[in-house]
Design a binder for this molecule. Structure first.
Ligand SMILES: Cc1cc2nc3c(=O)[nH]c(=O)nc-3n(C[C@H](O)[C@H](O)[C@H](O)COP(=O)(O)OP(=O)(O)OC[C@H]3O[C@@H](n4cnc5c(N)ncnc54)[C@H](O)[C@@H]3O)c2cc1C
Length: 292
């Protein structure tokens, strides 16, 4: 049974490549100083989508809200096996917190229409909140299963259900949900496949096209006419949404202050291995709610 799958992808600065220029003097991230990559757990989400497509049949649409540069992340998803890639981009979407981000993604998903599954990464490595997936499910009024490390089975039709595994601190849980459902996928779910070299070479110069923009304006060779239908940009007009609910305007989060925290050895304490010292340490950690 073919499944209609939507994968959400965020382009993030590669936080593994932190250099001296990574932060601006005002304490915000200097995105220009860091290479941009696809958020790692979004590649795990995409890989699950590809595995489902191979096993059961399906169609994968990848969406990303971000600046024009995020087309690079979307192209990478296309090279890996996505069918359609859509950039949601407009100056009105800039400065979005998780609430405005999930609102805008929800509007894009409403525009896509039907779906059986939405796959998100568990967490972005820059914002790090892990809120966007759950907020999106709330806004779409569909079930959500978070922190998923394995998709065990899916069936559509009268028995319409999905069975997944969630890893927990002490073991795992097996969960079942009706479709449609939103899953957030963790990095131990799979090892994402590499890009197809054939797709990369064929589509590396592909241009994303705004709705209602004639193909001729892309400057692409006419042989790309049908392929270009799979690379789209939607702006605020295409989504037809209220500007006041998007971007900075629609974001109640205010960052008042950002502080560098430098951990020094000043607070270290050495204890002997005696029972008394260990008991005292456990008591202290309990009192400070460091351990339960
Ligand atoms: C303290 C703080 C200050 C911030 N300040 C600013 C700021 O000033 N300006 C600014 O622009 N941003 C700012 N942000 C970033 C912004 O709020 C978040 O990046 C954004 O809302 C997404 O949240 P997240 O990165 O925590 O994603 P998470 O909730 O951790 O992401 C979970 C999953 O949701 C999906 N997802 C998340 N974002 C997108 C997206 N854009 N498109 C598609 N899928 C997505 C992905 O699948 C991702 O794996 C700030 C964040 C924090 C924590």
């Amino acid at each position: 049974m073919p499944f209609k799958i939507i994968v959400t992808v965020k382009q993030v600065p590669d936080t593994q490549q932190i250099t001296g220029e990574a932060m601006k003097p005002d304490g915000t991230v200097n995105r220009a100083a860091l290479p941009a990559i696809v958020n790692p757990e979004d590649l795990n989400a995409l890989e699950e989508a590809i595995k489902i497509k191979i096993k059961y049949g399906g169609h994968i649409t990848v969406i990303s809200m971000g600046p024009q540069k995020a087309t690079e992340a979307l192209k990478e998803c296309y090279y890996r096996g996505a069918d359609d890639v859509i950039l949601i981009s407009d100056s009105a979407f800039a400065g979005a917190d998780t609430l405005a981000t999930s609102f805008t993604l929800k509007c894009a998903i409403d525009k896509i229409g039907e779906y059986d599954l939405i796959l998100c990464g568990r967490q972005a490595i820059d914002g790090d909140t892990a809120q966007v997936g759950p907020q999106l499910a709330e806004k779409l009024k569909i079930n959500q299963l978070t922190f998923i490390s394995q998709i065990i089975d899916i069936t559509e039709g009268p028995e319409n259900r999905m069975i997944v595994k969630r890893s927990t601190e002490n073991g795992y849980e097996i969960l079942k949900s009706a479709l449609p459902v939103l899953l957030t996928i963790t990095n131990n779910a799979n090892k994402p496949r590499s890009s197809s070299v054939k797709r990369l070479l064929s589509f590396k110069n592909m241009v994303f096209r705004k709705e209602n923009t004639p193909f001729e304006e892309t400057g692409l060779d006419p042989k790309y006419l049908s392929a270009s239908e799979h690379f789209k940009v939607w702006d605020i007009e295409s989504l037809g949404v209220d500007k006041s609910l998007c971007g900075l305007q629609g974001s109640p989060t205010r960052v008042k202050k950002i502080k560098d925290v430098v951990l020094t050895a000043a607070g270290t304490k050495q204890i002997s291995g005696s029972e008394e010292d260990i008991s005292n340490l456990i008591r202290e950690l309990r009192e400070e709610h460091i351990i339960g």
